[in-house]
Ligand binder design. Structure first.
Ligand SMILES: Cc1cc2nc3c(=O)[nH]c(=O)nc-3n(C[C@H](O)[C@H](O)[C@H](O)COP(=O)(O)OP(=O)(O)OC[C@H]3O[C@@H](n4cnc5c(N)ncnc54)[C@H](O)[C@@H]3O)c2cc1C
Length: 493
């Protein structure tokens, strides 16, 4: 294939949460789409994600008596975004979530199963699909594979955008060390974020250079699309708005010692700083309150303390710790037993000593006080108001202390686009032939969330903007009317 060239209508770089829906739109508009995916299979970060999407006015909400409208959700969204959300894109997304995300995903074979409460939302609107992000992406990928005008090329990396007479006209790519060109009428960049490129994270957040922070997105989220777009004069915005999570421990198997592992499903755990003091309500783990709390500690790391039963359901968000849909408990135990960032002991005193906390007496006293709250049947512990509903006493050794550090997870900024997902230059004019969708464009438009996200506001807008980009890129290539969709405007019904 060396130096050969392929011809399609729309070339799409990245086969993840935005790229696959984009390809489906191109095909349904009548165009030929080619998806270039650097990994050996499609799915991207979306396939390892929790799959949660912020969706408004759904049958699932109604079945639980929840009244929700785009107006209410928009208020929550803008408030939570700290004045930095792109209100036009936020409104556009929220109005389209019911028909163009919820029902559209169902039409691809996905199933929405339940909802979870998330900080900043007045009502439950974080919707989880069956089998999380993997379930959702499997449905989209199967749909794409069923459409003959979509070609998916895996293990193929885009290296550069091609231009002719001021228009983007294709992609220079590489597969098995062979280079080739794809000629297309339009190109969609859907390469995801840059949080698996620590150098790029630190470039945009230099204040973190003095701390240990970890890479925490999917393996392909290295910011390659950002670079390609920037080379052509695309405008990047809000790049410093990176969503950090803190319930993550270093991946001791990573030879570069840069990746972190997010772990969930340990609701009873409590966190101590290096001084041996609790500092936060551990049930609030989102990026809005937990990350600032951890970063305010000196040094900015903590120890998550749990006993053995509390860890029985622990889920480590990394493909190594799963066998398909099932958590590989033996591998999770291997992590608990072998990571130098995890201490294990038969008594809490011995555990405290192993962590090296400065005030061991206080460490033990706080755990005892917490145990007493549970014995007394309190609903919340008094120090930070943590709900004790899912907690138990620390009484079943061995005990564990998992060292946690901030982890860069989601990019709230990126390539600026208009509502057709056309990439804009510094004059806010479209670069002819070039589109961007998903996390490379700060999930949608450049900065749809702002400083903080209501959760489910990464994957949802990535899928939606992928659809929008696909429809308009197909339109510019001569196929279909562009994105139409069906807004949910109950006040006009
Ligand atoms: C563990 C985890 C859990 C998450 N859970 C949630 C959640 O529950 N809800 C939520 O809203 N968000 C969640 N997110 C965020 C969400 O998954 C992402 O924002 C979303 O997947 C972004 O979609 P995307 O298509 O832009 O990127 P991706 O899904 O990452 O897809 C990008 C694709 O582009 C490919 N690519 C990159 N560069 C190139 C290149 N040069 N050539 C060819 N291919 C390339 C990558 O390999 C990748 O497959 C989570 C993130 C993580 C890491």
């Amino acid at each position: 294939m060396a130096n050969s060239s392929l011809q399609v209508d729309v070339a799409i770089i990245g086969g993840g949460g935005a790229g696959i829906p984009a390809a489906i739109e191109v095909a349904r508009a009548g165009g030929k789409a080619l998806v270039l995916e650097q990994a050996s299979e499609c799915g991207g970060t979306a396939a390892i994600s929790g799959g949660g999407c912020c969706i408004v006015g759904t049958p699932l909400q109604k079945s639980q008596g929840i009244e929700d409208t785009p107006d209410i959700a928009f208020e929550d969204w803008v408030k939570w975004g700290g004045g930095a959300a792109d209100e036009v894109w936020a409104r556009y997304y929220l109005e389209h979530t019911l028909h163009d995300l919820y029902h559209w995903a169902e039409s691809c074979g996905a199933r929405w199963v339940d909802m979870k409460s998330q900080e900043g939302n007045r009502v439950l609107r974080w919707h989880r699909p069956d089998n999380n992000g993997l379930g959702l992406m499997t449905a989209f990928i199967k749909t794409a594979e069923s459409l003959p005008s979509i070609t998916i090329m895996t293990s193929a990396s885009a290296e550069r955008l091609l231009t002719q007479d001021g228009r983007v006209c294709g992609v220079a790519a590489k597969r098995n060390n062979e280079t080739f060109d794809i000629r297309s009428k339009t190109v969609i960049v859907a390469t995801g974020g840059f949080n698996s490129n620590l150098n790029m994270v630190l470039e945009h957040r230099p204040e973190f250079r003095k701390f240990k922070v970890m890479e925490g997105s999917g393996f392909g989220a290295k910011g390659e699309g950002h670079k390609m777009v920037k080379e052509l004069g695309g405008y990047l915005t809000h790049m410093e708005d990176i969503w950090f999570y803190v319930y993550a421990t270093p991946d001791y198997r990573d030879p570069r010692q840069r990746r972190g592992l997010v772990f969930r499903m340990v609701p009873g755990y409590i966190w101590f700083n290096q001084q041996g003091k609790r500092f936060h309500n551990e049930s609030l783990t989102g990026g809005a309150s937990a990350s600032p709390a951890l970063l305010a500690q000196n040094p900015p790391h903590a120890w998550a303390i749990a006993d053995t039963p509390m860890l029985s359901k622990i889920d480590v968000a990394d493909p190594y710790y799963r066998r398909g849909e099932v958590i590989d408990r033996a591998k999770v135990q291997e992590l608990l037993d072998n990571s130098p960032y995890i201490k294990k002991a038969d008594t809490l005193e011995e555990l405290g000593k192993k962590t090296g906390v400065e005030d061991l007496k206080n460490f033990l006293a706080e755990i005892e006080a917490y145990n007493k709250c549970i014995e007394a049947g309190l609903e919340k512990e008094p120090k930070f108001g943590k709900s004790l509903k899912q907690s138990k006493k620390f009484d079943s050794p061995p005990y564990y202390a998992i060292q946690i550090f901030p982890l860069a997870r989601k990019n709230f900024g990126g390539v600026k686009t208009d509502l057709h997902c056309r990439v804009l230059n510094k004059y806010f004019e479209p670069i002819p032939g070039l589109y961007a969708a998903g996390e490379v464009s700060g999930m949608a438009g450049g900065h749809i969330n702002g400083k903080a996200g209501l959760e489910g506001t990464m994957l949802g807008p990535s899928i939606f903007s992928g659809r929008v980009a696909g429809a308009w890129a197909a339109h510019e290539a001569g196929f279909g009317p562009g994105f139409v969709g069906k807004p949910n405007r109950p006040e006009l019904a």
